[in-house]
Design a protein around this ligand. Structure first.
Ligand code: C2E
Ligand code: CA
Ligand code: CA
Length: 892
């Protein structure tokens, strides 16, 4: 299914929870703080270490400076010692000559003898401080120079540094004392050369803890002992050089100290810097970092807030969207369920005619499962046989950019043919490609229903024949056809006046069965009739074409055949029912040229026939009216023809086509009436047939012929063969077999001397009975031939089935031999087929030598016609036979 539903994904989207955001942000900030603290901690230690190194190096430098000053002073003292040793009583001390380096510091040098009396004294001229009275220091030989501070000024804290040592002789015995005095301001100046920042200090201590010099000045401390401070209690006992990080015992300021003991002298330099001041750069970094941290944290908090706010907003938007989609009903799932609820197949094709989407109804119609569909070419799932046809429609839809609607036949998934309306339109898709959407409406059932309705409207359900409606429509068409052909068309209306007797006696079911049988009989006329219809209960109608020249004869013939068929009683429930047929006929063009008029006139002709009670066939037209008048006269005259002895029989010879020998004769009736004159059998035989007069007339002809045959046989001593015509009604008369048998026996007719000519029409119904009858006739030694072959149904199947010896080609074919190649072809075919069935063939109505030649070439067996002889009276038969024999003998 191509429809996707996003609502589940939307549901899964939740806004970030505040707690989660806070904790995430807090963690981020903590990590940041920890990292910064770590970095700062490391850098703090590093800064501290660096500062320690600095103060220590400063201490070393100051110690070195101090040492060089003290050494320079010592140098001056050594010269003074030397001078004392040279003349202990009056030494000349001129140390400034040799120890110039010291003269900036030394303010006086004093030499004492062993008793402590001053021996010599020297001071530089520029000395700022004038020493007062100086006592000889009591120093033991070998002692390191004793260094003390005296004359400390309470305001500045400056004093005089006294450096004393013992003067010894060559044996190491003390011979005097020497004392150098140095202005402490000189040292102070050195110590303040370097800016140690606020709270920074450089202090010179005696090793015993006495403060000697300090820069910046610290007057109250000079000369005091600091022996209990960490420098002296903790640091110096361990190392002469090092660092300290302690709170100053002097001013309470926390300092970092570096210290260094001045080598060879009991002096210690300690340099301190204010710890906070020293770590200023680090603190700066610290504040920068803190500031940065705060900033970053603020940003993080702000971002978290934004994220939380946006997420909440987004979620509410999505929720609103989902809600509005559901309200609008345009979610894919919603649409899919609507499409699937539709019972009509709907599908969408892409540019390559592959399925993009198809609903359940399509799947059911095409008979395929869900997986098979999307991406599958349409021709693979929907009736491939009609795919090319569809493609044409699709292309025209795309070209003309209009929708198409077509009613087509298509096979569904079960292979069932369905009638459908396929509507196809363009569907621009999101990808820019034009797709095609089709909807299929199955109209198969509707069409079937419509066809059934049409059938009900146009056909009679009982008999399956067209009904009155349909007949009128067909009649209209047939009139048009006749008009075009310049032919004529008969409209026949047939009523079975006594058919109701079946229903009356045996009930409706039997009545219906009878009607169905009648319909069957009428249907068998169909090749000759263009249409047969049932109008109402026992009323039928027919349309029959005829050639204009022979119109009345053809129609009369047809009506008579029909009548003949329906004159036979219908056997039902063990009883015979007569149907009482009445036929009305109207003829196009003389009686009218519209179906409406023709039908009405045929009906009125039929009505006249009903009232008349005599002739069951009535023609509408006035010409046939006079015809009818005549026929009525003919009929009434014919009724008395037998009594009046107006009938006679003539005989026409049948001749062997190769030898010319007379093989037999055909008996043909003749009627000469006082009123009507000579009347052709063509006219009166149908009337006799219709009126039933043919039965006594036929019996008379048979009787006459048999007696004649017997007389000729006796007279000539040779049998003469004669054929008698039997009309259909005669043939079906019940006592026919008795009649023939009686005549043959009574006159002693030999087997093979009598032949009966019957037409195809007579053989058409009751085949079983006809078959039995013919075999019985043959058993009497009577031969059978089919007359007028080729004009009726011309079915050779009869010939094979019935015991017939001969067939006679109708004169109509013979007449056209040499003129119409079709007739020749028909004649030849009949001859060949008859020979194939071991039947002999007689050609009728041979009038010319040419016809005879053609027939001979066709191997026809016998012929009959004016060429040889017209029918002759009975008296002429034996002479003719004699003459024939004579002429044949002559030829031989
Ligand atoms: P059909 O049985 O076909 O008889 C042949 C008809 O052709 C006869 O007409 C005959 O005179 C005529 N004919 C013979 N040779 C020629 C010829 O060379 N040219 C032409 N144009 N006609 C020729 P007919 O005698 O007028 O009889 C007409 C029809 O009446 C017969 O046709 C037959 O169907 C019927 N018919 C005649 N006699 C009887 C009869 O005794 N009983 C019955 N039931 N019908 C008969
Ligand atoms: Ca005949
Ligand atoms: Ca004939």
């Amino acid at each position: 299914m191509p429809f996707r539903d996003d609502s589940a994904a939307v549901k899964n989207l939740r806004p970030y929870s505040a707690a989660r955001l806070i904790s995430v942000t807090a963690i981020l900030i903590s990590v940041l703080v920890a990292a910064t603290a770590g970095v700062l901690g490391v850098s703090y230690k590093e800064a501290l270490r660096q500062e320690m190194v600095n103060v220590r190096n400063l201490s070393i430098a100051f110690a070195a400076q101090t040492l060089s000053v003290v050494q320079a002073v010592d140098q001056a003292m050594v010269q003074a010692e030397r001078a004392f040793r040279k003349s202990p009583q009056n030494p000349v001390i001129d140390y400034f000559e040799d120890a110039r380096a010291a003269q900036d510091y030394i303010i006086g040098i004093h030499v004492f003898d062993n008793d402590g009396r001053p021996v010599a004294h020297a001071a530089p001229a520029n000395a700022r401080v004038k020493p007062g009275y100086v006592l000889a220091p009591a120093i033991t030989p070998g002692e390191v120079p004793r260094i003390t501070i005296s004359d400390v000024e309470p305001v500045t804290g400056r004093g005089i540094l006294n450096i004393a040592r013992a003067i010894v002789d060559a044996h190491g015995k003390r011979i005097g004392t020497i004392l150098a005095q140095v202005d402490s301001a000189r040292f102070e100046r050195i110590y303040t050369l370097v800016d140690l920042g606020l709270g920074g200090s450089v202090t010179l201590f005696h090793r015993d803890g006495t403060m000697l010099v300090r820069g910046p000045p610290f007057p109250s401390g000079i000369g005091r002992s600091f022996a209990q401070t960490p420098l002296f209690t903790q640091a110096l006992p361990i190392a002469n050089r090092g660092t300290l990080d302690v709170i100053s015992p002097i001013d309470g300021v926390r300092r970092i100290y570096g210290y260094d003991a001045v080598s060879n002298y009991p002096l210690v330099i300690i340099t301190g810097v204010n710890r906070d001041f020293a770590l200023d750069a680090w603190y700066e970094r610290l504040w920068t970092a803190v500031g940065f941290l705060v900033l970053v944290s603020l940003i993080l908090v702000f971002l978290a807030y934004r994220v939380a706010r946006d997420s909440a907003r987004q979620h509410s938007l999505i929720a609103q969207l989902g809600a509005s989609e559901r309200r609008a009903g345009n979610s894919a799932k919603y649409l899919a369920s609507i499409l699937n609820a539709v019972g009509t197949p709907i599908w969408v094709l892409d540019g390559e005619r592959k399925l993009v989407m198809a609903n359940d109804a399509f799947r059911r119609f095409a008979g395929c499962s869900a997986e098979e569909l999307v991406g599958v070419p349409e021709r693979e799932v929907l009736d491939p046989a009609t795919a090319a046809e569809r493609e044409q429609r699709y292309e025209s839809v795309l070209k003309r950019s209009s929708a198409s609607e077509a009613i087509v036949e298509i096979q569904d998934g079960n292979g069932e043919p369905r009638s459908v309306i396929q509507q196809t339109s363009r569907l621009p898709s999101a990808e820019g490609e034009t797709q095609l959407v089709s909807v299929l409406t199955d109209i198969t059932e509707r069409q079937k229903a419509e066809e059934h309705l049409a059938y009900l409207a146009n056909f009679d359900t009982l008999t399956g024949l067209p009904n009155q409606n349909q007949f009128r429509r067909v009649l209209e068409e047939q009139v048009a056809i006749a008009r075009e052909r310049r032919g004529c068309l008969g409209t026949l209306v047939l009523s079975l006046e006594r058919a109701h007797e079946i229903t009356d006696l045996l009930g409706h079911e039997a009545g219906d069965t009878a009607l169905r049988q009648i319909a069957e009989i009428l249907n068998s006329l169909l090749p000759r009739a263009a249409c047969v219809a049932r109008i109402k209960s026992a009323e039928f109608a027919m349309a029959v074409h005829a050639e204009s020249g022979n119109c009345c004869n053809t129609l009369e013939q047809f009506a008579n055949d029909l009548l003949h068929r329906l004159s036979e009683p219908l056997t039902m429930g063990g009883r015979d029912f007569y149907l009482g047929p009445v036929i009305g006929v109207s003829v196009y063009p003389q009686d009218g040229d519209s179906a409406e008029v023709l039908y009405r006139r045929a009906e009125s002709a039929r009505n006249r026939g009903r009232d008349d009670g005599g002739d069951p066939v009535h023609f509408f037209s006035s010409t046939t009216h006079s015809d009818l008048d005549q026929r009525l006269t003919v009929e009434s005259q014919l009724r008395r023809a037998l009594e009046r002895n107006e009938l006679r029989i003539v005989y026409q010879p049948k001749v062997n086509i190769r030898t010319g020998q007379i093989m037999g004769f055909e008996a043909l009736i003749r009627w000469t009436n006082a009123l009507l004159g000579e009347i052709s059998p063509v006219r009166f035989i149908p009337i006799a047939e219709r009126t039933g007069l043919i039965i006594p007339i036929g019996a008379w002809v048979l009787e006459q012929t048999c007696s004649q045959v017997q007389r000729w046989a006796t007279e000539s001593g040779a049998p003469v063969k004669v054929a008698v015509n039997l009309s259909p009604r005669q043939f079906h008369q019940k006592d026919l077999l008795t009649l023939i048998g009686d005549s043959v026996r009574r006159h002693g007719v030999r087997p093979g001397s009598l032949e009966l000519e019957i037409t195809e029409t007579a053989l058409m119904s009751r085949e079983q009975e006809v078959d039995v009858l013919m075999r019985d006739i043959r058993r009497l030694g009577v031969e059978l031939s089919i007359d007028d072959f080729g004009t009726g149904y011309s079915s050779l199947a009869y010939l094979k089935r019935f015991p017939v010896q001969r067939l006679k080609i109708d004169a109509a074919f013979v007449r056209d031999l040499g003129i119409d190649s079709d007739s020749a072809a028909i004649a030849l075919t009949i001859i060949n087929l008859a020979h194939g069935l071991k039947l002999s063939v007689v050609a009728e109505g041979v009038e010319t030598q040419e016809q005879l030649e053609i027939l001979r070439n066709m191997s026809c067996d016998e012929f009959q016609g004016y060429l040889f002889s017209p029918p002759v009276s009975p008296g002429d038969v034996l002479p003719m036979l004699e003459q024939n024999r004579a002429s044949l003998a002559r030829i031989e």
